[in-house]
Design a protein around this ligand. Structure first.
Ligand code: B12
Length: 212
């Protein structure tokens, strides 16, 4: 573990100490992307397990989410600075009805770190908002995130709406989130599924490489 202090602070939902631990790790020369993969994602996984075991409840989840967000703040510009000119334009959002944005935020950060120009539409994003943003930013890729089984169908609805707007040929659609799998991506006509934020980067590279 690169930073036990950071891991513990996320688990404790302590945003102030989480951010301080990130600064400490950076000062010690730790690589930002490695810190996320080695310490922060495992901490959030542990929070998820504690929730499942009914050791943690919603308030603890929210605090852990905030600590995660605070820890991401100093890392974000560093990840972005690693890339040179944009490797492509990508829209990212959590689908309508779904407020989970921690994984989506990691996808955004890793894509920024991978050198992409990323437009983050936030959480609970209606299909019309995706469509307006596709028209505005002209991305090559749209990334959809969902964490609830009840919001998975909103991915299908979003893809259908993009199709109806006549924009399906313009973009590749990647989907992800804990309940999603390759088969579901296939079923709803998405172009790809990624299990992690790192997958989002490698898939984006593959698709944009193909498109070029
Ligand atoms: C944190 C959390 C919350 C927080 C969210 C805070 C926030 N700002 O995001 C709060 C407390 C708000 C919350 C609320 C709810 N939650 Co909740 N929550 C979680 C929890 C514990 C962790 C999710 C998380 O952040 N994981 C960490 C991140 C890093 O992982 P991730 O999101 O999966 O993302 C990674 C990959 O999936 C991937 N990825 C994600 N998106 C994308 C997109 C693309 C394109 C790609 C390529 C990859 C990719 O990359 C990420 C990084 O590697 C999970 C349990 C769990 N173990 O997953 C439950 C969970 C998702 N929640 C659940 C539930 C039921 C709810 C509520 C309905 C609870 C309630 N009764 O009110 C509400 C729903 C609110 C809503 N409308 O959305 C259930 C869902 C069950 C189901 N099958 O649908 C879970 C599974 C818990 C459980 N076991 O019951 N929750």
């Amino acid at each position: 573990m690169l930073s036990q202090g950071l891991y513990d602070a996320i688990l404790a939902g302590d945003a102030k100490n989480a951010e301080a631990a990130v600064h400490e790790a950076l000062a010690a020369g730790v690589n930002p992307a490695m810190l996320i993969a080695d310490t922060m994602i495992p901490a959030m996984d542990a929070v998820g397990k504690l929730f499942e075991e009914e050791e943690y409840f919603v308030p603890e989840l929210l605090l852990a989410g905030r600590a995660m967000k605070a820890a991401m703040e100093p890392l974000r510009p560093l990840l972005a600075a690693a890339g040179a000119k944009p490797a492509g334009v990508i829209l990212v959002g959590t689908v309508k009805g779904d407020l989970h944005d921690i994984g989506k935020n990691l996808v955004v950060s890793m894509l920024e770190g991978g050198g992409f120009e990323v437009h983050d539409l936030g959480a609970d994003v209606a299909p019309e908002k995706f469509i307006a943003a596709i028209r505005e930013h002209k991305p090559q890729i749209v990334c959809l995130s969902a964490l609830l089984t009840v919001t998975m169908p909103a991915m299908k609805t979003t893809i259908a709406a993009i199709e109806q707007a006549g924009l399906r040929g313009e973009v590749k659609v990647l989907i992800g989130g804990a309940p999603i799998n390759e088969q579901y991506a296939h079923e709803i006509g998405a172009d790809g599924y990624g299990a992690s934020a790192n997958d989002a980067v490698s898939l984006a590279r593959t698709f944009i490489g193909k498109a070029a």
